[in-house]
Design a protein around this ligand. Sequence first.
Ligand SMILES: Nc1ncnc2c1ncn2[C@@H]1O[C@H](COP(=O)(O)OP(=O)(O)OP(=O)(O)O)[C@@H](O)[C@H]1O
Ligand SMILES: [Mg+2]
Length: 276
Amino acid sequence: MSGHGTGATVRDAIFVVEHVTLRFGGVVSLNDVSLTMERGEILAVIGPNGAGKTSLFNSLTGVYRPQEGTITFVGRDGARLSVIGKKAHRVSAAGVARTFQASRMFSALTAFENVKIGAESHRGIGVAGAMLRGPMTRRDERQSDRRTVELLHFVGLQERANAISSSLSYGDRRRLEIARGLATNPQVLLLDEPAAGTNPTEKRELATLIRKVRDEMGVSILLIEHDMKLVMSLAERLYVLNFGSVIAEGSPEEIRANPAVIDAYLGTTNTASEAS
Ligand SMILES: Nc1ncnc2c1ncn2[C@@H]1O[C@H](COP(=O)(O)OP(=O)(O)OP(=O)(O)O)[C@@H](O)[C@H]1O
Ligand SMILES: [Mg+2]
């Protein structure tokens, strides 16, 4: 499938997902999923536990390889990358960054070091290469130091730069993960439950930071979040997944009023779809 003739109504898409199905043995994690993300938007994916949200992120970033469908990343310069079958580092190099549901910080390293690894892995040598290889040129070193300081400042962690990451509060760790994602200069940032484990004040601060990433850096945001208050205040548009399928799409108001969404969240005994 060439993708010609599809997406005619799309204005400025950054991701186009068409008919994606992902299976693990008998489990269908994504079932004929089609969706579009516009450049510059804050888009959310919500749905109950096991709905396929993280599987979607893993498919968008080249970590999982769906058996069916197409995923196209459209770069700022118009270049199209067909994601399925590409390695994760290749997708990352094209401009796609993400944070993980469970933190993947190097907890024994400082905040500064964690962000700097992100900045260096961007040079195409990967995280391991950035850690293992010999000294960089002084110019490169100065440049990634400068970028790291800038990013720590941007996320409000300038004072914690030399703190060991494991000593940071949950909220600060979540900020650090965002800084590390931004270190690769992405066009889109995928955040998998960025506020998990944080308190209400930290949640509000994270929402402000995420909006600032989009507004000031021009980075498009794709967000998975269980906290309805947070996601409804932050997202401009949402998709709802349930049992691997998209069951709704729309503005926060539309999603709140959608009967299928209310059903999925109230957990009506949906055994019929499990038995098939
Ligand atoms: N690597 C894998 N191997 C086998 N099954 C998997 C794998 N990854 C995901 N799944 C299955 O796919 C389904 C969707 O899981 P996924 O993690 O995408 O859900 P989720 O919406 O992110 O849930 P949560 O809100 O709990 O994080 C689940 O049934 C899960 O067990
Ligand atoms: Mg998940």
